[in-house]
Structure formats: C-alpha cells, structure tokens
Design a protein around this ligand. Structure first.
Ligand code: ZN
Ligand code: ZN
Length: 347
C-alpha cells in the first residue's frame, strides 16, 4: 500500500513559507521554501516562537553535522496546528503544541521499548534531520509533540522545550536524594532547573563564567544559596553537579566539588575535551555521566512540573530575521536567560 501523504482536512495552505536557513556558511539566510503537506503522522504548525539553543550554535559552527543542507535550525518550537496528517488525531486544528529536539524514533528497538527512546539509533532531530522552527511554518511528528501549560505565553513557553527539558532530565539523573545541587553554566537551562530544584526543596549553588555578575544576580534572585565563578569552590561539598556549560575543564572541577558518592551530570550535546585527572578524584563512588536528548516521558513530567510550579523564564526576544544576532550573542555569552525568536513576522 502506498503512503498517503495528504491531509484529510481541507486546509488552505500557502504554497511557500519563509525561514532562516543554514547552508554551510556561518550566517543563516532568509529563504522561501515550498510548503509540503503533512505526512500521515505529522502536524503542520504555524510557528509563533522558537527558542535559540546552544545546540543550534553547534550546528551553525560545524560541531554537529547536519546530514543535508540547507537546514532550518530550531527545536524549541511553539506553534498552532494548521493541518494534520491522515493518521493523526492527537491534536486538533488550532491547538497550541510544542515540538522539541527529538523529532521521531523507530518506536520498536530495545531502547525505544525500555523507556530510552532518547538513545534510539534511528532517532531524528528537529532542526538537524528535518527543518526546525526558525521559520513561519514547520512540519513535526505529532507523536512526539507535547501540550504546553497554559500559564506561559508563546515566547516564555519556548525555552521550556529544550532548556527546561534538558535541565529536568539532568536533575533526574542527579537522583532524588541529592540535596545540594551545583549548576555550572547559568543560562537558559541553568536558570530553569534551578527553580525546579528549589521547588523540590533542594539547595542550589550556581557557577557562572568568571565575572558574569548578571547571571550570578539572577541565580540569587531565583533562590540559589550561593552564586560565584566556576573557578571558585562551593562553600560546602555538593551532592550532585549539573554541567550545562560546554567546557570540558569543568568536569574535573565539578568532580572535586562533589562529595563521595556524588554525581557529575554533563547536560550538553557537545563539550570541549576533558583534561586528565587523578583517579583519586573519581574514587569513593563518584560518578560522571552524560544525558542525551530527552524522552516523551521527560516532556510530560516537566510540563506537569511547569504547570504546578510557575517558572520565571528570563527571555530576550529577537525577530526571526535577527536569528544571526541571537546566535552571536549566545556564542559570546551575552544572553541573560534564554534567547527566543518571535516567528510571527516572516524574515
Ligand atoms: Zn528505536
Ligand atoms: Zn536544545
């Protein structure tokens, strides 16, 4: 049987959409792309907002190779459903939905069948394998979309979809009993997970780039017990360290900051090399682990937390046409909180 790729609804879709695309050069360019109707399991979204994530920088800077160019980055996508594929009934036309990094998986491998779909060998990612949310429109897999809590407008909901989710997965990886949590890199993920940790009664110690007093002040405003430079030792030993800065040298530093049995969680998809360190720094059952991508269970768990506990999401908003400016400022560490593109106006 051939696959039906047309929508069953009668949408009046434009023939094209606009996007900021990466074609191998350092700068994203505004482009017009043909509108393709959603496949059987897909939704076509009118994008309202898309967060700007460090992973997008890794794509643009060549640390993470997109298999096909040009590609439209963006995986913190907030939009409303314009059209649905023939086999999709999870959302209705007009619903607001979120699409995150994990675009789809095979659904039947041993990782997918054991709650670890984030590790599926056939996982596809929005903004890497398929066009993402730096656009007026996007096609996403409905089975991997998530409903967003009402208390967040489009701009403030966007960072929940990667920064929030990755922070949440990192906090879960720290274990339920870790009380004193170090957060290394206090940007989009750090400032959201700090609030999630506080909501769970944990103590937060925030480490920023040396001299980043704005991020340190934000950390203290959000309830951190202590904030300082990443070169400083915390005032007391930590039970877990969550690393969001892509700096390998922070791994042995964080290992030295955690007490016996403590866990160092690396939250980034890319990190500079980790310098060698003495075995005694790892001894006494300290653990170094990474987290990779995220699962739909993370998404539903975190959105439930975000609905119960209003998270203050610090954002800097850019027009979609100014995506390069947003990426530059993120690369230079000149964003406080999360950068978000307003996709309501075509570039
Ligand atoms: Zn799989
Ligand atoms: Zn991301």
């Amino acid at each position: 049987m051939t696959t039906v790729t047309t929508d069953t609804e009668p949408p009046e879709l434009p023939d094209t959409f606009r996007a900021m695309a990466f074609d191998g050069d350092a700068l994203l360019r505004p482009v017009t792309m043909p509108m393709v109707p959603p496949g059987p399991h897909e939704l076509l979204l009118r994008v309202h907002a898309c967060g700007v994530c460090r992973t997008d920088l890794h794509v643009v800077d060549g640390d993470l190779a997109a298999p096909v160019l040009p590609i439209v980055p963006g995986h913190e996508i907030v939009g409303t459903v314009l059209a649905r594929g023939a086999r999709t009934d999870a959302f209705a036309i007009g619903d607001r939905v979120g699409a995150a990094w994990l675009r789809s998986t095979c659904l039947h491998c041993r990782w997918c069948e054991t709650g670890r779909e984030n590790l599926c060998r056939d996982a596809r990612f929005n903004g890497l394998h398929a066009h993402g949310g730096y656009a007026t429109h996007v096609r996403v897999d409905a089975r991997f979309c998530v409903a967003l809590p009402d208390g967040y407008d489009d701009i403030h909901a966007a960072p929940l979809l990667c920064a929030g989710l990755i922070g949440f997965r990192a906090l879960r990886a720290a274990g339920p009993d870790a009380r004193r949590i170090g957060i290394y890199g206090f940007g989009a993920a750090g400032h959201l997970v700090a609030q999630a940790a506080r909501a769970e009664g944990r103590d937060v110690f925030a480490f920023t780039r040396p001299g980043d007093t704005a991020a340190q002040a934000l950390a203290m405003r959000l309830g951190a017990r202590w904030a300082g430079d990443s070169t400083q030792r915390p005032p007391e030993p930590l039970e877990a360290a969550l690393l969001f800065a892509p700096v390998g040298a922070l791994v042995p530093k964080a290992l030295a900051d955690v007490e016996p049995g403590g866990t160092v969680v690396c939250g980034g998809i890319h990190m500079s090399d980790i310098p060698s360190f003495a075995y005694r720094d790892l001894w006494e059952e300290r653990v170094i682990r990474s987290i990779a991508n995220l699962t739909r269970d993370d998404a539903s768990g975190f959105m439930a937390l975000a609905a119960r506990t209003p998270l203050a999401c610090e954002t800097e908003t850019f027009a979609l046409a100014d995506a390069n400016d947003a990426l530059d400022r993120l690369r230079e560490g000149r964003i406080t909180g999360a950068a978000v593109l307003d996709c309501s106006v075509a570039p």
